[in-house]
Design a protein around this ligand. Structure first.
Ligand code: HQG
Length: 181
């Protein structure tokens, strides 16, 4: 499959598994799961037929492991990034001492005042390495990377979650735990 088709399918799946399942008449079960066969029928019914093979290839090759099948391969979900109400059933885990968040330079002042907010997503997204944070930040203009004192936040009682694709998630990062690097 060519890259263009791959990206197109990935975007279509992101849109409907994270943001607008209603648009193609699917419902996310707890955990964000959708029956694969139902998804493929819904896609075909909405002028976007995807073969089972293509779906498997997109899940396997997505640069950020955006989607997962369950153990049986009959269910699929987006690993994170939802804006619709969904309980991903993630378990809180002890975070690494330091995590990183990349943003655009224009947002820095506001973030220093009100902290990192989840905006339209369910959580604030953090990464374990600076390079990833830089790439995420560059999506918003000139990238600025914050170091997050996750150890202190954990100590203070904040819950951290790690999605299937290694993105760290937290409800909020107050300004006191942030430092630009
Ligand atoms: C900023 C992509 C002003 C925040 C990426 C960010 C990631 C504030 C933007 C994933 C703020 C929200 C998530 C405040 C936060 N004042 N700006 N108080 N608090 N912000 O896209 O973290 O392609 O919702 O810094 O690779 O950029 O979707 O979050 O710049 O993994 O798979 O508000 O999305 O992955 O932007 O990106 P986003 P994000 P996917």
């Amino acid at each position: 499959m060519d890259t263009l088709r791959l990206v197109k399918i990935s975007k279509f799946l992101s849109k409907h598994l994270r943001h607008q399942p209603d648009r193609i008449g699917i419902k996310l079960a707890p955990g964000g799961w959708v029956v694969v066969d139902e998804l493929l029928i819904a896609c075909a019914n909405h002028q976007f037929p995807i073969s089972h093979g293509e779906l498997q290839q997109v899940v396997a090759t997505s640069d950020k492991k955006r989607f997962s099948f369950d153990a049986t391969g009959t269910l699929i979900r987006a690993n994170q990034g939802h804006s619709v109400e969904v309980d991903l059933q993630l378990q809180p885990v002890v975070p690494p001492d330091v995590l990183y968040h990349g943003t655009g330079s224009k947002a820095v002042e506001s973030i220093m005042q009100t902290g990192l907010q989840k905006m339209s997503r369910h959580h604030v997204h953090l990464s374990q390495d600076i390079a990833t944070a830089q790439i995420v930040g560059a999506r918003h203009g000139k990238a600025v990377v914050f170091a997050v004192d996750a150890a202190a936040m954990h100590q203070a009682g904040y819950s951290f979650y790690c999605s299937d694709n290694g993105v760290w998630l937290v409800e909020l990062v107050p300004p006191g735990y942030l430092q630009t690097i």
